[in-house]
Design a protein around this ligand. Structure first.
Ligand code: AMP
Length: 549
């Protein structure tokens, strides 16, 4: 592991991707199979393969205690080191005491031997002895630092799995896309690397049970010009208001993964049972939705089902769910993410038989360059059925795990609205050059002081803007850059799609696609929404996405 540590240190010191890849590739070429597969896994910051359910199960305290036994150190110095680096590996590594004098008895760590020791630790009850043995075998501070970093699960040298895969491709002269795809399919970069060296990437089997990323959609605004739909052909699906989940079924095993790639199978036993009854091995993408009889229920009903380890029979009855599947990522030995959506849809229809808690999401083929009326009709029908809106997916779209692009679009109305007050205004552009049409608005902070949260340009009519302009000029306070600050009196209701933390505005939040719904003449500025309301909407949005708050 000496060379592993040195390579890590060299990579950490290089900023450029190309240099990092070159360093890794050279190191990879020098290793035999057992060391190679272990080392590539370690470079992704994990002791084991992604598809491997095992974890080391050791906490920081175990590592610190083992280091204390193996090397001894000054506790105050450890504190100081930690404050300097903010990382346990970097803080502890320098205390290494190599067993020079006991050279005969000491062992040397290689990636393969370290991997074997990790396996022992994962299986062991008392883990402290194994950790101590590893630390005693470290020969210098760099090696110790990086060995500890692998144990804590974070190498921090600016490598992602994708970059390690690119280095594997570079080392063995393979196509980078093919390697990345194989890593996703096989769920083990170690096995993929060996296959890349041998030239048999095509033989890798799909690894059911190892989660992969979710393809995401970009928002488009209801009533906009729908320009993105002018190229290619598109399918429309309902946009379900539930929890996104991937399902893996292989033999008797069924697993459901959330967007955070957590195993959530136990929370939805009726879905797991329904999937288990379908013959074959497959990987699906879909949404778990609360549904009673024929009625789809809003997201808040599902809240009771989230993160349950066990679901009592009463709850199963009270909040029944259905898994609406809309995509198929693998079937048998075929990994399908590089097939166009229409093909994946065909495979889905051939394989999955709908049953009580398992349904195939319906889809409609849109006409070429669809008119807004066509979309709005589909939208209204979806809303009428209790869904949030519609998804528009390009028929040829490949499945890009973890990516939000323009291949999938979501059409929905706003996430929520806020009542805000205008604090600054700017002259518009083009035909609006002579009116104050760009508004910076604020919510009330915890201390009662106004804090800006966004800027909106659209939503008001020309007549409204023309009427507001002289009012703003008459209630000018000063200037802030291009903007004219004004008395905070004009209250607006603004709608938006997404709320996110941001340094851009004083409130610490920003709104995506804000648009003005109306002027709230009826509301005084004293009654606008507060930052607490913003935080509440943000938390609800995270919960709905299945993301940690
Ligand atoms: P949003 O919550 O507005 O960011 O929309 C993205 C989410 O829509 C995804 O994470 C999915 O959970 C969900 N979704 C609902 N219906 C579909 C569908 N038919 N296809 C893909 N994603 C969907």
């Amino acid at each position: 592991m000496l060379r592993f540590g040195q390579t890590c240190a060299a990579i950490a010191a290089r900023a450029g991707k190309i240099e990092k890849i070159a360093l890794l590739a050279e190191y990879f070429r020098s290793l035999d199979d057992a060391n190679l597969s272990a080392a590539v896994r370690f470079f992704t910051g994990n002791p084991f393969a992604a598809r491997d359910d095992r974890s080391l199960g050791i906490g920081w305290r175990t590592i610190v205690a083992a280091a204390r036994n193996a090397w001894g150190f000054d506790e105050a110095q450890l504190g100081a080191n930690y404050r300097e680096h903010g990382d346990l590996g970097a803080a502890l590594g320098p205390f290494v005491r190599a067993a020079m004098d006991l050279a005969l008895f000491s062992e040397t760590l290689t990636p393969a031997s370290l991997y074997a020791l990790f396996e022992e630790i994962a299986n062991a009850r008392g883990k402290a002895a194994g950790v101590e043995r590893i630390l005693r075998a470290c020969a210098d501070a760099t090696e110790a630092t990086y060995v500890i970093k692998i144990m804590t699960g974070d190498l921090r040298i600016g490598l992602r799995e994708g970059l390690v895969a690119d280095a594997v491709a570079a080392a063995f002269e393979r196509d980078a896309h093919e390697v990345r795809r194989a890593v996703m399919a096989a769920g083990d970069i170690g096995a993929v690397t060996i296959a890349a060296r041998e030239g048999n990437l095509g033989d890798l089997r799909v690894a059911y049970g190892s989660p992969i990323g979710f393809m995401l959609a970009s928002p488009i605004i209801y009533g906009s010009d729908y320009r993105d739909l002018r190229t290619g052909t598109w399918l429309a699906e309902e946009k379900f208001d539930g929890i996104r989940a991937h399902a893996h079924k292989a033999g008797k095993s069924v697993k459901l993964f959330s967007r955070t790639l957590n195993d959530v199978t136990q929370s939805y036993p009726e879905v797991a049972a329904a999937l288990g009854a379908v013959p074959g091995n497959f990987m699906l993408d879909g949404e778990i939705v609360a549904k009673r009889g024929e009625s789809v229920l809003p997201f808040r009903y599902l809240q009771a089902r989230l993160q349950r380890k066990t679901v009592e029979p009463e709850l199963l009855k009270e909040v029944p769910v259905s898994y609406f599947v809309f995509d198929m990522l693998a079937s048998g030995d075929d990994f399908l993410i590089d097939e166009p959506l229409v093909v994946r849809r065909e495979r889905l229809a051939e394989t999955i038989v709908a049953s009580g808690h398992l349904e195939i999401a319906r889809f409609t083929r849109l006409s070429k360059t669809p008119a807004p009326e066509e979309l709005h009709e589909l939208f209204d029908t979806a809303r009428g059925r209790g869904h949030e809106g519609i998804m528009l997916k390009r028929s040829e779209s490949l499945y890009h795990p973890g990516r939000r692009g323009k291949w999938w679009l979501k059409l929905k109305r706003e996430l929520s609205t806020l009542d805000v007050v205008v604090v600054a205004v700017e002259w518009g552009h083009g035909k609006r050059a002579k009116v104050l049409s760009d508004y910076t608005f604020a919510v009330r902070g915890k201390d009662g002081v106004l804090r800006t949260i966004g800027k909106a340009y659209s939503g008001l009519t020309d007549a409204e803007i023309a009427e507001l302009t002289p009012w703003f000029l008459a209630h000018k306070r000063g200037r802030r850059g291009h903007a004219i600050t004004v008395e905070p009196k004009i209250v607006l209701e603004v709608a938006f799609d997404i709320i996110q933390p941001s340094d851009l505005h004083e409130s610490g939040f920003a709104l995506r696609f804000p648009r003005i719904v109306r002027i709230r003449d009826d509301k005084p500025a004293a009654e606008i929404d507060s930052i607490d309301r913003v935080e509440e909407i943000y938390r609800a949005m995270l919960a709905r996405e299945g993301l940690p708050a």
